[in-house]
Design a protein around this ligand. Structure first.
Ligand code: HEC
Length: 193
């Protein structure tokens, strides 16, 4: 599903850089593969922690696991790989950590319109090479679809003890009221080129 899109962005890049197009294309595909691999690791590790914590002590207990493990896994992967690895959303639970920058907000909005046009959010991604003050940066985002297990903490009608725990840890939480299949947010990765 995301292959043609990546090829599309690689082609746009290739057109922009002219003669070095083949090199640029190869680099972009390789970067996309690396990003996808890191996302797989992030998602698998976090879901493992999440499921374990939910089983052990229910959602109230699992809130603090999410709070600590999600950034720990992201930091760990970033240190190992040289990529900057994180998560973001149009409606954040942890605004201090996960608020999108302008580029990310645009991509998240693009994902919403692609979904509205009938595309499945599963594997939905977007990649681009962005000019920054520190040089060129490869940026990659992949949508995170809401699954059944997520509703325990991001769904509608949360139980009062959980609402209390979330409100205490995240007084400005916006990440509630989701349904299965909604885009909960996105993995966001970048790497200096
Ligand atoms: C046990 C409760 C719990 C469950 C279940 C849960 N989350 Fe979260 N989620 C949280 C908490 C707490 C945070 C804030 C983490 C932080 O402080 O960085 C969060 C943050 C996020 C973020 C980062 C953006 C933001 O809102 O700040 C995403 C994306 C996300 N969750 C997706 C999911 C998905 C997808 C699932 C299901 C696979 C899921 N969550 C299940 C509690 C939960």
């Amino acid at each position: 599903m995301n292959k043609p899109l990546l090829a599309g962005s690689a082609l746009a890049l290739a057109a922009a850089v002219g003669t070095t197009s083949m090199v640029a294309m190869a680099t972009t595909q390789e970067d996309a593969d690396q990003a996808q691999q890191l996302i797989k690791e992030f998602a698998t590790t976090l879901q493992g922690e999440l499921k374990g914590a939910l089983k052990e002590g229910g959602p109230v207990n699992a809130v603090s696991v999410c709070e600590e493990k999600a950034p720990a896994i992201a930091t760990n992967l970033s240190e190992q790989s040289g990529w900057d690895v994180g998560r973001t959303s149009l409606k954040t639970r942890n605004a201090a950590r996960n608020t999108p920058d302008e580029w990310e907000r645009n991509v998240l909005e693009q994902f919403e319109s692609r979904k509205a046009n009938g595309e499945s959010p599963k594997g939905m991604s977007y990649a681009s090479v962005v000019d920054t003050d520190d040089g060129k940066v490869y940026r990659y985002m992949q949508a995170i679809p809401t699954q059944q297990v997520c509703l325990a903490c991001h769904g509608k009608d949360l139980p009062p003890d959980l609402v209390e725990a979330i409100d205490k840890a995240y007084p400005e939480d916006e990440a509630r009221g989701y349904s299965v299949g909604d885009i909960r947010g996105a993995f966001t990765l970048s790497k200096p080129l």
